[in-house]
Design a protein around this ligand. Structure first.
Ligand code: NI
Length: 175
């Protein structure tokens, strides 16, 4: 079922989400079905359970295809990550444009860690353990932030590079 995505200002987006006890359970299966359908419907790059009002540490991201919202970014495999853990690799950081389904129509420039290792469990109980960089690392940091009540504007330092997609596009910000 396509679920409404909560928008910034809703206090449910600011909670620290709970650990999932049974990743293979029926509750998680149903939540993931709704998350996948909602993300696909909105062409999102990723979605975190709190964005549909579910207070659990579950994120999904990647489609295996180039995302029309980020045409220059390499495809990310479709991934389910339950109870994720991040480990930053190195000091390097990189700025990039981010959007979020909880802030429709907006984009902002956010600095993120360039490289990281992430671990978690999928809905079959299998361990996921990857080292990634660049856009893939950015998406993971953005989605896992949702589980700690953090939205990307809370990571921003340059508010001159924050605005509505159409205006930023017209101003050549993404060129
Ligand atoms: Ni988001």
């Amino acid at each position: 079922m396509i679920r409404p995505v909560l928008r910034m200002g809703d206090p449910r987006l600011q909670r620290v989400a709970q650990l999932v006890v049974d990743p293979r359970g029926e509750e998680v299966r149903q939540i993931l079905a709704d998350m996948r359908e909602t993300m696909a419907h909105l062409n999102g790059a990723g979605l975190a359970a709190p964005q549909i009002g579910v207070d659990l540490r579950i994120v999904i991201f990647g489609s295996g295809l180039v995302n029309p919202r980020y045409p220059d970014a390499p495809p990310i495999p479709p991934t389910v990550l339950i109870n994720p853990q991040l480990e930053i690799i190195g000091e390097e950081r990189q700025g990039g444009w981010e959007g979020c389904l909880s802030l429709p129509g907006l984009r902002g420039w956010v600095e993120r860690h360039m490289r990281l290792r992430y671990r978690g469990i999928d809905e079959f109980g299998e361990t996921i353990d990857r080292r990634v960089e660049g856009f893939h690392a950015r998406v993971v940091q953005h989605e896992v932030d949702h589980l700690d009540g953090i939205l990307y504007p809370m990571r921003m330092r340059e508010f001159s590079r924050f605005g509505f997609v159409e205006e930023l596009e017209a101003a050549g910000a993404f060129a």
